[in-house]
Design a protein around this ligand. Structure first.
Ligand code: TYD
Ligand code: MG
Length: 433
């Protein structure tokens, strides 16, 4: 008995010898969807489209299906959520009625797999993952966490085995809590979310996980009467109705993923009639607003007691990034002093509790976009990069400096900020130009 022979049942290989991936994204034919997905849908991959009810998930997936059919690929749509008649109605509206677009309202996964075997589609859409069920899975009714996960896991297996591109629609409540998309994130290859304000036309498709491409990409759409229309120059959309020469308005070159959007932030300051003045915000974070108001009181000397403060991001966007601090604070000062910034100025920077203005990411890109849209001055943190030629950077260390630089301080420039005792009723005409 030698005893020296060791049988290796497992082995490791040098990383460089592992064959490179050879997936190829197939363009969807919808420009903003392709942009968000980094080229299109990968055969065999499973993509989740999450979003609140009514935001446009069914619309987007039906448009995707119709576009694929137009490109000569076959599609099976599982519309367990609605009747096939309802889906036909939507397709007629979207101009997506086509013989090669198969639709079913079957809700059992075994039934879906059977249909896939019979029709061999190139794309499977399941709308929604909360309304299908798997007989072999325990864990209650369709929509329960157990069923949602089991159904998705089964569809992932089938997608990989067949090289079938699969799109799952998942409802997401405002806090993202309801069983569904959250339990699916680990199961699927790509997680996207369609978001927006239902009262506005703008829809953002964000990609938070992507095994076949970059995350943090963003697709932009406008909900129109004929479905979701790709928007490739969103800044125009946001600034179209801007009222230049009104106090309380400051433009932020915002970043959403890798894209820059110019967003107007507005503030309104009005005498309060209650002992607890109102601080109300829409599209900007309420807590961030409260913090900025405290910094304005303590570090800039702006008296905001006895006044209500309202703040909004115009156009139905949610602006949550730190770069919005400086323009939002300036908008409040502008509203409180009834003075306005010159029209061609943008502002961007994070504000610290000490009133200092801090650097934020992506300033170079933000400034280029602002310049492209005709802005020629930017109020920025001291360490900001050089702006493009033709644009002036006004560098500030503190919020108080920024107030002076923006022309919002009644005192002589550079003297620090002296805000009038009763700023709300100031009737001084705004200094323009
Ligand atoms: P829908 O795609 O059904 O939302 P979800 O599947 O996310 O619940 O569409 C939601 C809204 O979009 C609906 O209230 C009507 C509107 N809509 C349009 O404005 N234009 C259109 O062309 C379509 C199809 C829908
Ligand atoms: Mg729907």
């Amino acid at each position: 008995m030698g005893g020296s022979t060791v049988l290796h049942t497992v082995d490791a290989v040098p990383l460089a010898r592992v064959p490179p991936t050879s997936f190829r994204a197939v363009p969807t034919g919808i420009s903003e969807l392709d942009r968000a997905l980094g080229g299109g849908l990968v055969p065999g991959s499973v993509t989740l489209v999450g979003g609140e009810p009514g935001i446009g998930k069914s619309t987007l997936t039906l448009q995707l299906a119709a576009e694929q059919v137009r490109c000569g690929r076959s599609v099976l749509m599982v519309c367990a959520e609605e009747s096939t008649t309802q889906v036909r109605g939507r397709a007629e509206r979207l101009g997506g009625l086509h013989d090669d677009l198969l639709v079913t309202s079957v809700s059992s996964i075994d039934g879906v797999v059977d249909l896939v075997d019979r029709h061999r589609p190139d794309l499977l859409v399941v709308d929604s993952i909360q309304t299908v069920h798997l007989a072999s899975a325990t864990g209650g009714a369709p929509g329960s966490a157990g069923q949602v996960r089991a159904c998705a896991q089964r569809l992932v297996v089938e997608a990989k085995a067949r090289g079938l591109a699969t799109v799952l629609v998942g409802h997401l409540t405002k806090d993202g809590s309801l069983a569904g998309p959250k339990v699916l994130e680990h199961v699927v290859d790509t997680v996207t979310e369609l978001a927006g304000d239902r009262h506005h036309a703008l829809r953002l498709l964000r990609v938070s996980k992507h095994r076949f491409g970059p995350t943090d990409e963003l697709g932009l759409f406008e909900m129109a009467s004929a479905g979701l229309v790709p928007v490739d120059d969103p800044s125009g959309l946001f600034l179209a109705d801007r009222s230049v020469g009104t106090s309380g308005s400051v433009v932020l070159p915002a970043m959403e993923g890798h894209r820059t959007l110019l967003v107007e932030l507005q503030a309104l300051v009005a005498r309060s009639t209650t002992p607890h003045p109102r601080r109300s915000s829409q599209g900007v974070d309420q807590r961030r607003l409260a913090l900025l108001l405290a910094v304005l009181e303590r570090r800039v000397g702006l008296d905001l007691s006895g006044v209500d403060v309202y703040a909004t991001a115009v156009g139905g966007v949610q602006v949550t990034e730190p770069g919005s601090d400086l323009p939002l604070a300036l908008a409040v000062v502008s509203a409180a002093t009834n003075r306005c910034l010159v029209a061609q100025v943008v502002a961007c920077g994070e504000v610290g509790l000490g009133g200092e203005v801090r650097q934020v990411a992506g300033l170079e890109r933000r400034l280029h976009e602002a310049h492209r849209l005709g802005f020629n001055r930017a109020i920025l943190p001291a360490s900001a990069p050089e702006p493009p030629a033709g644009m002036t950077a006004v560098r500030v260390d503190t919020l108080a400096d920024a107030v002076v630089a923006a022309g919002l301080s009644p005192g002589p420039a550079g003297s620090g900020v002296v805000v009038s005792a009763d700023p709300v009723v100031s009737t001084e005409p705004p200094p323009m130009g």
